[in-house]
Design a protein around this ligand. Structure first.
Ligand SMILES: Nc1ncnc2c1ncn2[C@@H]1O[C@H](COP(=O)(O)OP(=O)(O)O)[C@@H](O)[C@H]1O
Ligand SMILES: [Mg+2]
Length: 207
């Protein structure tokens, strides 16, 4: 279960560039829930994704996953970054799997679910399309069998084939996996979640 209590976040706090991104967020997401977080550009969606996934500590309030600080759950929560290329650090798909220390068989199975055959393993990340890179990144998270996935704008910029493969892979997740999807396109993301959470200017609003 994900629990946020009065969470606020100020980027670059204490500097001339400080910018408030989140304020007074109270949110509970049960294990196995599939939720969509939506809102306009700059409303704080990506910052919320980073807080939930434990990549940054909230500057106010508390964020917990299964009773522990979200920042201590960073190995069990998988975050798919909005800017996919920043996520994949190894030069090839195989090396990227090894970086996580995932079981190679499980990694290959995840890649297969996402529409790749074994020839993808030796492919260079920089020679792949955005849709391929994002599916490779998701395969890494699936192979890690994270109980919580946070997906930041996962379908943005993807062609129809990549969207279909991506949605199929999320459909195949165990029902116990919690999936939090950030999106500005609710219609396109409808298969990723049914509960809608709205954000505007860093605060929760009716979606
Ligand atoms: N790394 C950062 N440094 C400073 N300000 C940031 C940073 N990331 C986001 N912000 C600011 O925080 C606010 C929320 O941004 P963000 O969480 O990226 O929103 P969204 O994902 O909804 O577009 C915006 O005002 C943005 O300019
Ligand atoms: Mg964003």
């Amino acid at each position: 279960m994900i629990e946020l209590r009065q969470v606020g976040y100020v980027h670059d706090q204490g500097t001339p560039w400080e910018a408030r991104a989140l304020e007074g967020i109270d949110l509970r997401i049960d294990a196995g829930e599939r939720v969509l977080i939506t809102g306009p550009n700059g409303s704080g969606k990506s910052t919320l994704a980073w807080v939930v996934a434990g990549h940054v500590e909230p500057t106010e309030g508390e964020a917990h996953v299964d009773g522990r600080a979200a920042s201590e759950s960073i190995t069990t929560t998988g975050l798919l970054l909005q800017h996919t290329r920043l996520q994949i650090l190894a030069p090839t798909v195989q090396a990227e799997g090894a970086r996580y220390g995932v079981d190679p068989l499980r990694h290959r199975h995840a890649l297969e679910v996402l529409g790749f055959d074994d020839s993808i393993l030796a492919r260079k990340i920089d020679e792949m399309s955005l849709g391929q890179q994002r599916r490779v990144a998701l395969a890494g998270l699936l192979a890690r069998q994270c109980p919580v996935l946070v997906l930041d704008e996962p379908l943005a910029g993807l062609d129809r084939k990549s969207v279909a493969r991506f949605l199929d892979a999320v459909d195949e997740l165990p029902p116990t996996t919690t999936v939090v999807t950030i999106t500005h396109d609710i219609e396109a993301s409808a298969r990723l979640g049914s509960r809608l959470i709205g954000l505007d200017e860093g605060r929760l609003v009716a979606p």
